[in-house]
Write a protein that binds this ligand. Sequence first.
Ligand SMILES: Nc1nc2[nH]cc(C(=O)O)c2c(=O)[nH]1
Ligand code: SF4
Ligand SMILES: [Mg+2]
Length: 224
Amino acid sequence: MGNPNLILRIYGQLMRSEIHYNIVEIFESLQGEGFNTGMPSIFIRFGKCNLACPWCDTDYNRFERWTLDQIMQKVRSYTAKNIIITGGEPTIQPKLNVLLDQLKAEGYFLAIETNGLKPVPPQIDYIATSPKRLYQHKYQQRGIPFAHEVRIVNDGDILPFCQQLEQQMQADHYYLSPREQQGEMNLLDTIRKLGELNQRPEALSGKRPKWQLSLQTHKLVGIE
Ligand SMILES: Nc1nc2[nH]cc(C(=O)O)c2c(=O)[nH]1
Ligand code: SF4
Ligand SMILES: [Mg+2]
């Protein structure tokens, strides 16, 4: 009879080589947004999304099928130790756990960019979430309860949504970002709204968080 451990290992490897992921792109760049702006990072961008925001900047339905080993080889060819799992919406990717286990086993720090409607896998070290005002009703029903940072895009009458999120989501940092549409950024309107949020008596007295500006700096400087 063969060695049962060896058989299990070979079986495990065969199973893993069968797993495919929907990948839009994998690249190395600097985190462009939020608290970790400037951090060298490997971006793994998954296909598909459970929302359809009109100003979305990602062609998330243009993806290819990659095996776990293909992803790992690409990741190992870069130098950064921070991985940003993004999309599309990465939390709806089947078998994400298997890939995250492998990345963790190889010592990577795992950050995620999620719209915050689905639970975040436990392997993730850093959660950045960008809930969407247009789907406000979904966040009232469900939504993750904690994130390291919340980033809201200023796409209209955003203040009630910001206040809703402060109540329902605990976070270390709260950011408002301008919306970019057809190359136009509503920056003046965004800083005015930051002022409104931060001059509320509850914010001034520390009972409500302070909101800060987050820009997509990678677009401003023309990197990926
Ligand atoms: N440089 C850079 N930083 C980013 N942070 C979040 C990104 C995203 O598309 O999720 C992104 C991106 O696409 N590029
Ligand atoms: S949640 Fe993000 S990826 Fe999905 S449609 Fe909205 S902006 Fe695009
Ligand atoms: Mg992007």
